[in-house]
Design a protein around this ligand. Structure first.
Ligand code: ZN
Ligand code: ZN
Length: 267
């Protein structure tokens, strides 16, 4: 390891940035951890305070006995340790946070899944992804972060195995909630059903006439869906709903949100 003494009070030399592997780039962006330099300063390991020895007198697991970690890693360890200490003081907190995440996941996973069943283009479309997809991703990433902090924050804690297991279980329950609320219990037609109902009422039926209360789709062939529409006068009508995609090129133009047009035949 090459030593540099630019910052004699803190620096213990430099190391290759492990997040960009020294290239200074992550994809097309400049690596935010080393600001494109490809190297990071080493500082005392915050877990063993630069001794390389853990509290139970073993080799420090965080720095693996090397006594120093990169400055970026040290920041992350500090944050994780703070969160972990927070957990030790108030274990119930992580459960309340997790339950809030599960509720958010249970409410949003269905509509994201139903949209995905129709078109993956929603990934590029602000109108279609928000707010369900945003909330779903946020809730899942909060659970993932919580898990990560409990693992990282407890690395050298001899009693850390229980919090680590709890963090892991809480994250897995979040994934399972998303799978159960989405693919397991949904037939995948929900998004098309609400789009079909709205299009019928807003664009095809006159406001004064009989309105559609509910659309129940039961099968599809490519982008054509077949089912029944329940009308306000008690009738049930056969309905064909077609999801029409226009060219992918339109995706690039932000102004063109009208590309997902629906055409209906009601008989
Ligand atoms: Zn880097
Ligand atoms: Zn250490």
């Amino acid at each position: 390891m090459e030593l540099q003494h630019k910052d004699s009070t803190q620096s213990k030399g430099t190391c290759t940035c492990s997040w960009c592997k020294g290239s200074g780039k992550r994809g097309r962006r400049t690596c935010p951890d080393c600001n494109g330099s490809g190297t990071l300063y080493l500082v005392d390991c915050p877990d063993c305070l630069g001794t390389g020895v853990s509290r139970d007198r073993g080799v420090c697991k965080t720095c693996k006995g090397k006594k120093a970690v990169s400055s970026v890693e040290a920041d992350r360890i500090h944050t994780a340790r703070e969160k972990y200490d927070g957990y030790l003081q108030n274990p119930a907190g992580v459960f309340f946070k997790s339950i809030a995440c599960y509720i958010a996941i249970a409410f949003t996973a269905r509509s994201v899944w139903d949209q995905m069943c129709v078109t993956l283009e929603f990934l590029f479309d602000a109108e279609m992804i928000f707010p369900s997809g945003f909330i779903l991703l946020l809730a899942l990433s909060l659970l993932f972060k919580q898990w990560n902090n409990l693992i990282k924050g407890s690395t050298n804690d001899a009693d850390g195995s229980k919090p680590r297991t709890i963090g892991t279980v809480l994250f897995i329950v979040g994934i399972l909630t998303a799978i159960i609320a989405g693919p397991v219990t949904s037939d995948g037609f929900g998004w098309m059903e609400s789009k079909a109902k709205n299009t019928l009422n807003d664009k095809i039926l006159k406001p004064s006439s009989v309105q559609c209360l509910e659309v129940e789709l039961s099968r599809k062939v490519d982008y054509t869906y077949f089912g029944k529409a329940k009308m306000s006068n008690g009738e049930s009508k056969d309905i064909v709903a077609r999801f029409v995609k226009t060219g992918l090129f339109c995706l690039i133009k932000k102004s063109n949100f009208e590309r997902s047009k629906m055409f209906f035949h009601v008989s």
